[in-house]
Design a binder for this molecule. Structure first.
Ligand code: URA
Length: 206
């Protein structure tokens, strides 16, 4: 679907169809399918990741692989039910390179993030979350429209245009990649603290 053909989208179901028909950047060519956001239609927290991974690409659902398990554990530790959240990604198609039979994740570039932004923007407009939790640099870039250093803005509410609020934190796959146990546990606790801060910003107990 080209930019010119995008008609106003009024439901998440219609949005899923439009995302699946998307050819706005070349990533659709090699991915199995577009992976739309999933969760409560009126979720108070929107969790934004980078892009689907290998398992998400195959199952058509976000955060069902290893990073999703870290996220699920952190949400539970923060006292946040997945039912209160809408989980999605800045980029809806899996970007990868093949090595033998393996498909290795490749970080999406500015062009793919910008071309895909329309779908995240539509999700935000339909769900109208109280808070957008941007996990990792790609999500921050997509939500803010420009790159920002996570270390400088992490854990605090940032006011965006259209009365939107964003809290930036690390991506759960960053925690997965830490080899040292103590360091990994510390980073996991910091991630949980960020999610708790997010829950407080939505005026619910955490
Ligand atoms: N990483 C992401 O950013 N999103 C997913 O859905 C899975 C892994």
């Amino acid at each position: 679907m080209s930019e010119e053909e995008i008609a106003p989208i009024r439901s998440l179901k219609a949005l899923r169809g439009a995302e699946d028909a998307c050819t706005r950047c070349p990533l659709y060519r090699n991915a199995t399918q577009a992976v739309p956001g999933i969760g409560a239609a009126r979720a108070s927290i929107m969790l934004v990741g980078e892009q689907p991974g290998d398992q998400e690409d195959q199952q058509g659902k976000p955060f069902v692989g290893p990073a999703g398990r870290v996220l699920a554990e952190a949400l539970e530790a923060a006292g946040i039910s997945r039912d209160e959240c809408f989980a999605t990604n800045a980029v809806k198609h899996f970007k990868f390179e093949t090595r033998g039979k393996r498909r290795l994740h490749k970080r999406p570039g500015a062009y793919e993030i910008d071309r895909c932004h329309i779908w995240l923007d539509t999700e935000i407009a339909l769900v109208r979350p109280k808070l957008i939790v941007a996990m990792g640099a790609t999500a921050v870039r997509s939500v803010c429209g420009k790159p920002l250093a996570i270390g400088k803005i992490r854990g605090h509410a940032i006011a965006l245009p259209d009365a939107r609020r964003m809290l930036a934190t690390v991506h759960p796959s960053y925690i997965l990649r830490i080899r040292d146990d103590d360091d990994r546990h510390a980073q996991f606790r910091a991630f949980v603290a960020d999610l708790k801060a997010g829950a407080r910003l939505t005026n619910r107990a955490a």
